[in-house]
Ligand binder design. Structure first.
Ligand SMILES: *Cc1c(COP(=O)(O)O)cnc(C)c1O
Length: 377
């Protein structure tokens, strides 16, 4: 199998699994208990918090564990809106976790401003600032999961801080791939998820800058600084920490390695297949992501053809898989609906190599040619 769908999810690395094992076995203590097993579980959770904080260059006390990126996104939007009447400002290329959370707030009567993006999928920082006057929160995705496009966030947070508007950054797809120091992002809230960086599914975090006003997500026993009650998912949190520590070591080298492989794939496909359109920013783009359309061909048909060859790719957002609608991200970028319906995403990660990339280059031109022969347009 050649797995090229790392923006949907990633395999758990063996080192991560090894780190988690004890907490699924003999180390079963509740981190809130005062006895030995409890204290050891607490130490493990706090070590993981420190490992994640190091990648954000923040105080570990500002990290709050959640059930994943979706919960972190929902919490950031709802938790800031609870204490302010202001509008919610988002971009049109956000993940559905943000867009649908904003939609819920809109149904409850909140003003929601959805900002346009340019053809490469980037917002205009000036328009973000214009819209942010008196807002309850501004939320931007740092790196897009479908196209890899990276938003120009620099300079936005500093102005928002002067205005007292909290700035949320969905860094789920960027964390561990590109630098995400919170002071460089000038973010007050940052969403993270473990399973996009070779950690386990069902665990993530929300960074909350100290001093940011945020309602608790759920109440109960006072866990996570009283903001997100519930006994911690110790094994998953330990795995998240281990995955973050590995990324910290390998981020720069993997970014270069994935960039070389991605560029090899992109140029070979462009060379061998006519009428290819690459979506996303050419420079400000995650080095592991390639999103492209082959004019006149449906993505689903290509994916079936690739799957038969043991190659896993995606038609964009895995969360809308099964729905035939073209990607909201590509439509927001002005891609015509028919072309957007043909978009295929290859996202690279740990375990990919040149042989796998070359295999795609070997089989895809024939798949596209066959489908174009059958095509009615
Ligand atoms: C995957 C993803 C999420 C959701 O994270 P989960 O942990 O799967 O809930 C949110 N935002 C972005 C950009 C993502 O890629």
């Amino acid at each position: 199998m050649i797995y090229l769908d790392h923006n949907a999810t990633t395999p758990v690395r063996p080192e991560v699994r090894e780190a988690m094992w004890p907490y699924l076995g003999e180390e079963f203590g509740n981190p809130s208990s005062r006895h030995g097993p409890g204290r050891r579980a607490r130490e493990a959770v706090e070590r993981a918090r420190g490992q994640i904080a190091r990648l954000l260059a923040c105080d570990p006390a500002e990290i709050h564990f959640t059930s994943g990126g979706t919960e972190a996104d929902n919490w950031a939007l709802r938790g800031t809106s609870a204490s302010s009447q202001g509008s919610v400002v988002v971009s049109s290329v956000e993940h559905h976790a943000v867009l649908h959370a904003a939609g819920e707030l809109a149904r409850a009567g909140r003003e929601v401003v959805v900002l346009p993006v340019d053809g490469a999928g980037r917002v205009d920082p000036e328009r973000v600032l214009e819209a942010s006057e008196g807002a309850a929160v501004v939320s931007l995705i740092l790196a897009n999961n479908e196209t890899g496009t990276i938003q120009p966030v620099a300079g936005i947070g500093a102005v928002l801080r002067q205005r007292g508007v909290p700035f949320h950054v969905d860094a789920v797809q960027a964390f561990g791939k590109i630098p995400t120091r919170v002071d460089d992002l000038e973010a007050d809230l940052v969403s993270l998820s473990a399973h996009k960086i070779n950690g386990p599914k069902g665990v993530g975090a929300l960074y909350v800058r100290s001093g940011t006003s945020l309602e608790p997500w759920q109440v109960g026993g006072g866990h996570e600084h009283g903001l997100r009650a519930g006994t911690e998912n110790v094994a998953a949190i330990v795995g998240f920490g281990a995955a973050a520590a590995i990324r910290r070591e390998e981020m720069a080298s993997q970014e270069r390695r994935h960039g070389r492989l991605r560029d090899r794939l992109e140029s070979a496909l462009r060379e061998r297949i006519g009428d290819v359109v690459v979506h996303g920013h050419r420079v400000h783009r995650l080095s592991n992501t390639l999103n492209l359309s082959f004019r006149g061909v449906e993505a689903e048909a290509i994916l079936v053809g690739l799957d038969l060859e043991g190659i896993c790719a995606s038609s964009g957002s895995a969360c809308t898989e099964g729905a035939a609608d073209p990607s909201h991200v590509l439509l927001a970028m002005g891609v015509e609906p028919r072309l957007a319906a043909g978009a295929v995403r290859f996202s690279l990660g740990w375990g990919n190599d040149e042989a796998g990339i070359d295999r795609v280059v070997e089989v895809l031109p024939a798949i596209v040619a066959r489908l174009r022969d059958l095509s009615v347009f």
